[in-house]
Ligand binder design. Structure first.
Ligand code: SF4
Length: 380
């Protein structure tokens, strides 16, 4: 179907072009009588160059640009709130989706240190709300709304990528960074609102788009999927043949303690979860990150640390100890840094490596689901 044969009507609800896979984009453009390379041009313009309108794609004919604009938008989320932490390291955006659902995305900036280069990590949401009901989590307290589409997941990264590149450019202009050092987003973590493995197909498709070398091109090893332990999803992910990182939110060393805060543990108890983790390590040769939110008096004693060491001593893993970011509603208090260090030294006895990770962006409620919570509170 050639362009001139299309009826150029304005669609009342334009579909986001970010919903199209590369193959679907190719098929669509071929149906318009366009040569094969056109799909790559459009793809590159959206994902590599970060164009926000078809009008800016001046290597396309005017007719094609007009047709694309009549039929598609480049994303369809609205920025409702945007906040920056006092130290400037973290930005958080609250997006409104066309059906009024609210989701959050966080950009975290890390300066280079002796061991690692500077990086910009985006934390994305995969669901509006969440069905899994972890008691320490603001999103869990809101209940499940719906899965996000692939385009909605990708749009979060694209928005942050544009921001990150703008900053890079400003630093280049002011001489802080050398020319050609446009870095943009370097890492993506699926750790925002929702359980990524409960939205499996859209998660995998968005990883493929992020990883595409002529797009945003985030390396697979710089992508982390965080799960509360959906065992079938972990096993499926192990078989995907993509070298991404897996982070498992464990948060307790035994079933009794874990079930108190994470209802998912009744469906997939710790023994099953550790088996699935072992399977992931065997299949991918990748070390697993174990996330352990420290809740004062709940799971942060020496007894818990010793149990955790025993549980993980044979698993190729690294434990991130995270003193909890209180929601303001829940009954939990933050474990102090000293106690966290004591926990860490207990783990060391089992040769289980760990890091105490103080969360970024606490002054902007950058914990899971908290900005949305605050915005809703303001609306009520
Ligand atoms: S921690 Fe994650 S899985 Fe648990 S309720 Fe919150 S969003 Fe859902």
């Amino acid at each position: 179907m050639a362009i001139e044969n299309q009826i150029l009507t304005v669609h009342p609800n334009l579909k986001s072009i970010l919903e199209l896979s590369k193959t679907q984009l190719l098929t669509y453009l071929e149906e318009l009588g366009q040569p094969k390379y056109r799909a790559e041009q459009v793809w590159r313009a959206i994902y590599r160059e970060g164009r926000t309108s078809f009008d800016e794609m001046t290597n396309l004919s005017k007719d094609l640009r007009g047709l694309l604009a009549k039929n598609y938008s480049i994303g369809n989320a609205t920025t409702l709130l945007s906040k920056r932490s006092a130290d400037g390291s973290t930005d958080k955006i609250l997006f409104k989706l066309p059906d009024d659902e609210l989701i959050e995305t966080v950009l975290m900036r890390y300066e280079a240190d002796g061991h690692r280069k500077g990086r910009k990590t985006v934390c994305v949401s995969t669901q509006a709300g969440c069905a899994l009901g972890c008691t320490f989590c603001a999103t869990g307290q809101q209940g499940f709304r719906r899965n996000l589409t692939t385009g909605e997941i990708i749009e979060q990264v694209l928005t942050m990528e544009r921001l990150a590149r703008l900053e890079d450019q400003e630093e280049i202009n002011s001489g802080k960074r050398s020319k050609g050092e446009l870095q943009g987003v370097t890492n993506v973590v699926f750790m925002g609102m929702g359980e990524p493995l409960a939205n499996y197909e859209n998660l995998i498709e968005s990883i493929r788009i992020l990883n595409d070398p002529i797009g945003i091109a985030v390396g697979a090893r710089h992508i982390t999927v965080s799960t509360v332990g959906l065992v079938p999803g972990i096993e499926k992910l192990a078989n995907e043949n993509i070298q991404i990182n897996l982070a498992v939110s464990l948060h307790a060393p035994d079933n009794e303690t874990r079930s108190e805060t994470m209802p998912v543990n009744k469906r997939y108890p710790i023994e099953r979860l550790i088996e699935a983790c072992q399977y992931f390590v065997n299949e991918t040769n990748r070390r697993i990150f174990i996330e352990y939110v420290l809740l004062k008096g709940q799971n942060d004693t020496s007894i818990h640390a010793n149990k955790l060491g025993e549980l993980l001593k044979n698993l190729l893993c690294h434990v991130n100890l995270i003193p909890v970011n209180p929601t303001g509603k829940g009954p939990y208090r933050r474990t102090g840094y000293k106690e966290a260090q004591k926990f860490q030294s207990d783990l060391k006895k089992f040769n289980v490596p760990s890091t105490v990770r103080m969360e970024k962006g606490i002054d902007i409620d950058a914990g899971c689901g908290q900005l949305r919570d605050r915005a809703l509170a303001l609306e009520n």
